[in-house]
Design a protein around this ligand. Structure first.
Ligand code: DX5
Ligand code: ZN
Length: 218
């Protein structure tokens, strides 16, 4: 079963609590929250106070994607705000192992994200320490972009790197997921599918949009 994580980056920011309740009721499996700092990526979005304010609106896992430089400065704040999965970028972490330990200390799930040009192999020596890899299939910063052709290739390499683990590695894909691109992403080996525009834009029928992504609409 495909797990769908609607990205609230494409939701109505004036009604975020309501939007989260709506996608929860419509069959979402996780809530994906994109945190951007205007430095690691050009855009600015959500801080820990907003995550904290949203926390009571759903019991689904909050999947917090930190697209920020020096993520070590904010790990504790996002964990305290209610993140269940905290994902940092490989490219933003000078001391990735220390960052993983910092997140792990909060007893939440640890993710590392890879930009499209970052090889899977950069995670070889940390893969056994983490719960999830978030594979970016667009350049991070904005919703509504087209999936980069070839961006799914590294998923099989990640599976190969994770072959000796006791617990299976979760692989999440993020960027340009639509009812058309989700099939190839699943075939490549992903478990969790982030979708911003494919859930929140269009008709406003979130249930139909999520069902279309899960392949249940026909
Ligand atoms: C992009 C974000 C994504 C974004 C996906 O930097 O990490 O989570 O919201 O949006 P869509 O699904 O519209 O590509
Ligand atoms: Zn994201």
């Amino acid at each position: 079963m495909r797990m769908i994580a609607p990205s609230i980056l494409s939701a109505d920011f004036a009604r975020l609590g309501e939007e989260i309740r709506a996608v929860d009721a419509a069959g979402a499996d996780l809530i994906h929250i994109d945190v951007m700092d205007g430095h690691f990526v050009p855009n600015l979005t959500i801080g820990p106070d907003v995550v904290k304010a949203l926390r009571p609106h759903s019991q689904l896992l909050f999947d917090v994607h930190l697209m920020i430089s020096q993520p070590e400065r904010y790990i504790d704040a996002f964990a305290a705000a209610g993140a269940d999965i905290l994902t940092v970028h490989q490219e933003a972490g000078v001391h990735l192992h220390r960052l993983v330990q910092m997140i792990r200390a909060h007893e939440i799930k640890v993710g590392i994200s890879l930009n499209p040009a970052t090889p899977a192999g950069t995670l070889e020596d940390i893969i056994d320490e983490i719960d999830l890899v978030l594979v970016m299939t667009v350049n991070p910063g904005f919703g509504g972009q087209k999936m980069i052709p070839g961006a799914l290739k590294k998923i099989s390499r990640l599976r190969e790197l994770a072959r000796n683990r006791e617990k299976p590695l979760l692989i999440e894909v993020d960027g340009g997921i639509t009812p058309e691109t989700i099939g190839p992403a699943e075939t490549a080996g992903a478990d969790i599918f982030v979708a911003g525009s494919a859930v929140f834009k269009g008709t406003g029928d979130y249930r139909a949009n999520i069902e279309a992504l899960k392949g249940e609409s026909a």
